[in-house]
Write a protein that binds this ligand. Structure first.
Ligand code: IVH
Length: 692
């Protein structure tokens, strides 16, 4: 049935509102309405369009969601070729000075003429994209290709929230915006983390990505838009292709900077680091400043770009072959380098996670000398097949830990090098010798000597001392750091052996504060079994589980001696938790620590075992994602656990409910793929109160 006038007006109105809100959300990072309201409007529009397909327009926000997979991409001829730019590779000031001198010479300026004005921009490390808008609507997105012919990737580009599908009426009838599609570092890390999880869970066709640029390029050139949509891409605009000429109603830009500002006003993301600067020294200073800021940026850059600001001068300067004379790229040290693997060690993190780390021949990467790079986990080390003696590519970008990207194959005809054995994770923690465990479906191995392991000391003490556990008032990060580093505290019971004089001998510790700590330690000795059990830091034993264990067994010895079958009788305890508790108390050293704590006078009232009761959420597994309207994720987790439910970190077939809040990402998609029930906070509240 044809849409009524009211229905088409409503569709128009919804489209306009959704466009505005999407811009606030994706580009300005300042949402103006709650996500739920956006979703409601979105669904209303989807419903209208489904009922009346003639209401659907190519610029409708509903069209961001990918269509059918393509057999291959169509070729697109660029109306204005996509050029490359000359690159200055020296990392000092010379690149900027040489460029300014060349431009001045071409323009016939002498020393007495005033300094030239430039726009200095970041050189984003992604892939160049041309976005064509006709009458304000995105009609085509094309890759650079060979500069003349690119590929039509419109379907995939539509899925990028930051790219406007429609422009305000002030935009000219024909507009091609040139810019860079990239993947932010956090998004890249998260994507690879998800990939590693999927691989750990047995997915066969999944792989991790080498760097954000490859991940972005792979996503843009992904033939299935549904897959492309799951790769979080971003965009920065920095130039123009074809545009309606000023004579025919197009804008008459005078400068590159004005152009950038106008692009931002039309809704395109423009990097705020772009700046007008005057003269060669200012260009060099920009290069240096951005070089220092580089690590802290949320995305990769491989240099900066200088452009003559005046568009009239740009026209006068013109092009040589395929490069403009008015622009140059000035590079930074590469974020990827080649080096040799000298050894593969295993490091133990603060939480007991074991990580294979390659020891490298020192190499200068991304501005620093690197000698260690992570291989993440056993599967990853084996998949990349990195061995001692190999030549590898190491990547260091931002503050992220350097990682091994892959092997460099030996030169054809080169003499074969001796390679070490395939990497295998040791069966015991290299720091304390406790058993190393890898749980089903997890990518990481962990040390099970939580209380005893030197690598985990600080974490174990802080966990034990926190308010929700045994609570030692005043024993915070800094103090624990000092106590452990000074060798005063090696294991938990050492805390109770501290005297005022030992404490007062520490830096910045007055006698009064030392007395307070000793008092707090004394006070903490009187605790409860659930607090003590939680304070031990047994993996998967949160506060709620600790309470259940205490209630069920009544006494600590009963918990310590319980078999896996006994443990499975406890509310809230499944096979993974049961095994974890068994492994923990199976380590002689952990038991010794517990004995010593008791000997130091830590005590609690013990009770009688209590039978199992049915709690509203017993046997149910939840995953929480996104931002909930009123509860923090931690609060929601505690409430679920208190009601007998379990909270897992990732969605699997075993998940009963996904609690999704605002900005839910890959977990929500995974839940939808697996058909897991998705609920919001209010539905969770219903379940918690046994009403659903
Ligand atoms: S301007 C005619 N500005 O670097 C000048 N390019 O060869 C066209 N790039 O592949 C390029 N950031 O994708 C320009 N702020 C920026 C850029 C930038 C990154 C890329 C571009 C191109 C390469 C230059």
């Amino acid at each position: 049935m044809k849409a009524t006038e009211a229905e088409s007006a409503r569709a128009r109105d919804l489209r306009a509102q959704l466009h505005t809100h999407a811009h606030h959300y994706y580009v300005l990072d300042e949402p103006q309405i709650p996500d739920a309201q956006y979703d409601r409007m979105f669904q209303e529009l989807q419903a209208l369009e489904a009922a009346h397909p003639e209401l659907q327009t190519p610029d409708s926000p509903t069209q961001r969601v990918g269509g059918r997979p393509l057999p291959q991409f169509e070729s697109v001829r660029h109306a204005v070729p996509m050029l490359s730019i000359r690159t200055e590779t020296d990392t000092g000031a010379q690149g900027a000075v040489a460029f300014d001198a060349r431009v001045r010479r071409e323009l016939g300026l002498n020393e007495s003429d005033p300094a030239l004005e430039y726009v200095a921009e970041l050189k984003f490390d992604g892939l160049a994209m041309s976005l064509r808008y006709e009458d304000g609507v995105l009609v085509q997105a094309a890759t650079r290709g060979d500069g003349e012919l690119g590929e039509d990737v419109t379907q995939n580009i539509r899925t990028i929230g930051q790219i406007p599908l429609r422009l305000p009426s002030t935009a000219p009838p024909v507009l091609e915006v040139r810019g860079e599609v990239y993947m932010g570092r956090k998004d890249f890390e998260a994507l690879n983390e998800t990939q590693r999880e999927k691989i750990a869970q047995g997915a066969r066709n999944e792989k991790t990505f080498v760097n954000p640029r490859n991940a972005a390029a792979g996503a843009v050139r992904q033939l299935d838009p549904a897959v492309a949509r799951r790769r979080p891409l971003s965009f920065f605009a920095y130039g123009l292709g074809e545009i309606t000429p000023p004579g025919q109603g197009g804008p008459d830009f005078q400068t590159q900077f004005e152009l950038l500002q106008t692009l931002a006003a039309w809704g395109f993301p423009v990097a705020r680091e772009a700046q007008v600067v005057v003269g060669a020294d200012a260009l060099a200073a920009y290069h240096q400043r951005m070089g220092q800021a580089r690590d802290a940026l949320p995305f990769d850059i491989d240099g900066v770009v200088y452009k003559v600001n005046s568009l009239a001068l740009q026209r006068q300067l013109g092009f040589v072959t395929r490069e403009p004379r008015w622009a140059v790229a000035h590079k930074y040290p590469a974020q990827e380098q080649i080096t040799a693997v000298l050894a593969i060690d295993v490091q133990v993190g603060r939480t007991g996670k074991l990580t294979p780390v390659a020891k490298l021949a020192p190499v200068f990467v991304g501005g620093v000398t690197v000698t260690n790079a992570t291989l993440h986990n056993e599967d990853e080390a084996r998949r990349k097949d990195v061995r001692v003696g190999d030549t590898v590519i190491v990547r260091r970008a931002g503050d992220v830990i350097p990682e091994i990207v892959g092997l460099v194959p030996p030169e054809p005809g080169a003499a074969p090098v001796a390679r070490g054995p395939v990497f295998t994770m040791p069966a015991h923690c290299p720091v304390c010798g406790s058993t190393a465990v890898r749980e089903e479906g997890e990518a990481d191995h962990r040390c099970s000597g939580g209380l005893f392991c030197a690598a985990q000391r600080k974490q174990a003490i802080l966990h034990y001392a926190q308010r929700r556990a045994v609570e030692i008032e005043g024993l915070g990060d800094k103090l624990v750091e000092q106590l452990v580093d000074a060798g005063v505290v090696r294991v938990l019971p050492d805390l109770y052996r501290l005297g005022v004089s030992a404490l007062a001998a520490l830096d910045r510790m007055a006698e009064k504060s030392a007395r307070n700590i000793v008092e707090a330690l004394e006070k903490s000795k009187q605790t409860t079994l659930p607090r003590f059990l939680f304070g031990l830091g047994i993996r998967h034993v949160g506060e709620a589980t600790a309470k259940e264990l205490a209630r069920h067994f009544g006494k600590l010895d009963a918990v310590m001696d319980a078999s896996e079958e006994d443990l499975l009788q406890v509310n809230d305890v499944g096979p993974i938790v049961a095994r974890s508790i068994r492994t923990f108390f199976g380590q002689r050293h952990n038991r010794e620590v517990v004995e010593q704590l008791r000997a130091c006078g830590v005590r609690w009232p013990e009770g009688e075992p209590a039978p199992r009761t049915a709690l509203p959420l017993s046997g149910k597994t939840f995953v929480i994602t996104g931002t909930l309207p009123t509860l923090s994720r931690e609060q929601a987790k505690e409430m679920i656990e208190a009601a007998g439910g379990k909270v897992a970190g990732s969605v699997s077939k075993k998940t009963d409910h996904l609690v999704a809040g605002a900005e839910a990402g890959s977990k929500l998609e995974r839940a939808q793929e697996l058909g897991v029930n998705v609920i919001d906070e209010s539905q969770l509240q219903e379940l918690l109160h046994g009403r659903a």
